[in-house]
Design a protein. Structure first.
Length: 214
């Protein structure tokens, strides 16, 4: 099997034994981000399909997620970093009721490596905690992540509440259950004049952040 197939299969199988050696082998050919974005995320896609089709049980999905996290943690120090002054600050959180954090943590890595201060609050964050952190850190933007369909509703409710509170901090929304139309129509309406943008992936998040601070 090729190293590409081996790594993808490791994510599908949740197979951590000897993972680092395979990552090192892949690094001969690919930069670390490409290993994550193509090889590893390909594996995660398969996991999602198997789980969605009832062909994979939750504990195995968790093994896959842990393998993914370990791989990202190992690759992270090899990534290119922009040195110098912080360009701005973002508060990142997975919304209330949602535990999915692999995507959010990738956004953290990409933004941090590109010169932003990221205040990563973690999972299951109520809006009050998000607003408090944004105030404390004088955040230029707030990023909400969530993968459940339920979370898309929570995001809209969060925006409605922020609107009621008179806030206007730019908000980025990301996660697999979102669509651009939902963010740009429903969520945009919920936040009144406040800026809301859809981030399809971590690099989208970076370019949105670049727009906010310039
Ligand atoms: Co769950 N899960 N899960 N899960 N899980 C999904 C999301 C699901 C689609 C699987 C399926 O059915 N096919 C489904 C949701 C269905 C729905 O709502 N309609 C689902 C379900 C049902 C559940 C549980 C309810 C299962 C249960 O308990 N019966 C449960 C939920 C618990 C809860 O949250 N309360 C659950 C639990 C779990 C695990 C704990 C086992 C594990 C998560 C571990 C972890 O994150 N620490 C897990 C996993 C791994 C998945 C899948 C298989 C993979 C998710 C992932 O990590 N993808 C997922 C299937 C899928 O997504 N299709 C699934 C890789 C990651 C890099 O992608 O997070 O999308 P993603 O991030 C992308 C972009 O979306 C974007 O950038 C990233 C990089 O490109 N992005 C942002 C994300 N956030 C962003 C924020 C930004 C910008 C970009 O700025 C703010």
């Amino acid at each position: 099997d090729t190293i590409e197939e081996v790594l993808k299969q490791r994510i599908v199988d949740g197979d951590k034994q000897g993972l680092e050696a395979d990552l090192e082998a892949a690094m001969q050919t690919y930069p670390p981000l490409e290993i994550i974005n193509t090889l590893l995320l390909d594996g995660m896609k398969v996991v999602g399909e198997l789980f969605g089709a009832g062909k994979m049980q939750l504990p195995f999905v968790l093994q896959s997620a842990e393998t993914m996290k370990r791989a990202v943690a190992w690759l992270e120090p090899f990534m290119e970093k922009v040195e110098g002054q912080e360009k701005g600050t973002i508060v990142l959180a997975t919304v209330k009721g949602d535990v999915h954090d692999i995507g959010k943590n990738l956004v953290d890595i990409i933004l941090t490596n590109n010169g932003y201060k990221v205040v990563n609050l973690g999972i299951k964050q109520p809006l009050t905690a998000i607003i408090e952190a944004a105030n404390e850190n004088k955040a230029n933007a707030i990023g909400m992540s969530g993968l459940l369909v339920k979370s898309t509703v929570i995001m809209r409710e969060n925006l409605e509440e922020m609107q009621r509170l008179g806030l206007s901090t730019p908000v980025f929304l990301g996660g697999a259950a979102l669509t651009r139309a939902y963010v740009e129509e429903d969520c945009w309406k919920a936040y009144g004049e406040g800026p809301v943008a859809y981030a399809r992936d971590a690099f989208d998040g970076l370019s949105l952040m670049d727009k906010v601070v310039t």
